[in-house]
Design a protein. Structure first.
Length: 253
């Protein structure tokens, strides 16, 4: 009688399974790196001093844990974020200038082969929220449609949103854009204001932790804490799915 010899495919499969079982244990047994990678060592919060920024009072009753944003235990799990590349099929053909006029983007018109009022025709209109109190988030009301003036269109001062729609010689829509601006509102003189009024801003950020915020958005965190001198509530914990229940717990104590 002949002994059955395992096939080559069976042997390779066995070796692959053994490797998959052994590699995780080897990874756990390997020593961690003693020096941080360059992108961590160059991070603005790599030298974050816990004793300076998160000072503890010996007499305080509630002692919050202090964790460095770049503790060596996370070096192997942190990678620099990739650049976000936004893909657009077509750049804006219209824009609102600094002096408040709605104009054509002549550079993009020429690049796409369009000529105003020849092979492309546009109109614009104001946009308002619908509803009795103009606070409906689901419906809008469009104003009168005005033909687009190639020299520029002066926008009414009482509106913030404007819709531009363009079509070609065949009547097909080729461009549809919503422009938004900030109105220049003159303060009324009928109110009496304090010289130094109370100004309290509370931001609730639920999408990431404080340490993750420092790692991934260091310039924003620095602006909030150093430029605006905001106080970070390090003891706040996420208890709900969105900002409302989290801030209710904070504001009610």
């Amino acid at each position: 009688m002949f002994n059955r010899v395992p096939s080559r495919r069976t042997c390779l499969t066995g070796i692959l399974i053994a490797d998959l079982l052994i590699l995780p244990f080897l990874y756990l047994l390997l020593p961690r790196r003693n020096t941080p990678p360059p992108f961590i060592a160059e991070h603005p919060y790599f030298l974050y001093d816990l004793d300076v920024h998160e000072h503890r009072n010996s007499g305080q009753k509630c002692v919050l844990p202090r964790v460095h944003p770049f503790h060596p235990s996370i070096w192997n799990y942190f990678a620099p974020p990739k650049d976000i590349v936004c893909r657009t099929r077509q750049l804006d053909l219209t824009y609102i200038s600094s002096d408040g006029f709605l104009k054509y983007n002549e550079t993009e018109l020429e690049r796409n082969g369009y000529k105003a009022n020849k092979n492309m025709f546009c109109h614009w209109s104001t946009v308002l929220r619908a509803g009795d109190y103009q606070d409906d988030d689901d419906d809008v009301i469009y104003g009168y449609e005005s033909m687009f003036n190639p020299e520029g269109n002066e926008l009414p001062p009482d509106y913030e949103a404007f819709q531009v729609e363009c079509w070609n010689f065949a009547g097909f829509t080729i461009y549809d854009k919503l422009h938004v601006r900030v109105r220049n509102i003159t303060m009324s003189d009928q109110y009496t204001y304090l010289q130094k009024p109370t100004n309290v801003l509370i931001f609730g950020l639920d999408s990431m932790s404080r340490l993750g915020f420092m790692r991934l958005l260091p310039r924003t965190y620095k602006y909030l804490t150093e430029k605006l001198r905001m106080t970070v509530f390090r003891g706040m914990n996420k208890i709900g799915d969105n900002t409302y229940p989290n801030l209710v717990a904070l504001l009610t104590g």
